[in-house]
Design a protein around this ligand. Structure first.
Ligand SMILES: [Zn+2]
Length: 354
């Protein structure tokens, strides 16, 4: 019997050395097995060949049975393993929009325990598509918090590059990214905080030609830009598409935030700021300066309003403006009214005739 096993081992070893495929080696050893069992079935008892190969067929048949069982078990094991790997592989790519990936819900645990948000609120955040205009002082905290909070799709448009003078307040950017387009610096920071969000960077100026098509892709717009003309453009397109606009602005020690959503209630931006301020009356941050942490406060408030608009929690600042005076530590809230005949939203007159 040992002789036959040695022959089988030799067949396997020689096959392996000569590079014969595994199936050919299995076939050769199987042939040897069939030959030995055949000898026992054909030859009479006591035949020298039978004596030399174990004397009877039974031990060979038992051995063959074990080998078949082991092979079947190994095959099942391989199939199960392949199926598990296939499932894991399928889970690895980004899940379809609005669906949570494995392990993603854990990071929103502190949201989910909030009565006003809960699982349904978190799901709305995941499904939300928010566009942020400007990746500067206000955009920095707003973008970071939107990403951290799990807003599923975040677009950011800005044509500027990171400059050393930005870093005193634009906390989404870093010293080693000076010279990099701000939208790509912001994208790196946001996906670094939350790899489960989709960030869409647009490295260009927001212009009349592209604004309509761009805004179509989003449900909510945040405006943290530093140009009155761009603010008016953002407002016109948001009003035309009936999309809420979370607007923040800064000057030196003071910041303000409001939600313009005339499709639901309250005025639009142009109702409140119809005219471009005279040159020198509204100096830019570069001209007048701005306290570093102030955009952190106001940009974070913009992210708060965005979460409220998306989830319906509490009351967003529609028709109201929150003003924060950092120098004296004061806040006040003022009511905003629709203009009598706003050229953008139709104002009060437009609403009455509707
Ligand atoms: Zn208006």
């Amino acid at each position: 019997m040992l002789l036959v096993l040695a022959m089988a081992a030799a067949l396997w070893g020689v096959g392996r050395l000569t590079g014969a495929p595994r199936s050919a080696r299995v076939y050769m050893v199987g042939l040897l097995f069939v030959a030995v069992v055949g000898l026992h079935l054909i030859l009479p008892d006591g035949h020298p060949l039978r004596e030399a190969t174990g004397g009877e067929a039974a031990p060979w048949l038992i051995l063959g049975g074990f080998v078949v069982l082991w092979a079947a078990y190994a095959r099942v094991l391989r199939r199960v393993r392949a199926r598990v790997e296939a499932q894991e592989g399928a889970a690895r790519p980004a899940p379809e929009p609005g669906r949570f990936a494995d392990g993603e819900l854990d990071r929103y645990a502190r949201h989910i325990v909030l009565r006003e948000l809960g699982g349904p609120g978190q799901k709305r955040l995941k499904q939300a598509r928010v566009l942020v205009v400007g990746a500067g002082g206000l955009g920095s905290p707003a973008l970071l918090y939107l990403a951290a909070a799990g807003v599923g799709t975040i677009g950011v448009i800005d044509d500027d590059a990171v400059d050393a003078t930005n870093l005193q307040r634009q906390v989404i950017h870093r010293d080693d990214r000076i010279g990099m387009p701000k939208v790509f610096s912001a994208e790196a920071a946001m996906t670094g905080v939350n790899p489960f969000v989709t960030v869409r960077p647009y490295h260009r100026k927001l212009t009349e030609d592209i604004a309509g098509a761009l805004f179509e892709d989003y449900d909510l717009i945040l405006d943290g830009c530093d140009s009155f003309d761009t603010r008016q453009l953002v407002n016109r397109v948001a009003v035309a598409q009936g999309k809420p606009l979370v607007s923040g602005a800064l000057s030196q020690w003071e910041g303000q935030v409001s939600v313009f959503d005339p499709a639901h209630e309250g005025p639009c931006y142009a109702c409140v700021f119809p005219e471009k301020p005279a040159a020198g009356l509204a100096p830019s941050c570069a001209e007048a300066g701005v306290l570093g942490p102030l955009p952190g406060v106001v940009g974070s408030m913009m992210a708060v309003e965005a979460v409220k608009v998306i989830t319906g929690a509490g009351a967003a600042l529609r028709g109201e403006m929150l003003i924060y005076d950092a120098l004296w530590g004061e806040t006040r809230r003022i009511a905003l009214k629709r203009a009598e005949a706003c050229p953008v939203c139709g104002g009060d007159a437009g609403r009455r005739s509707r």
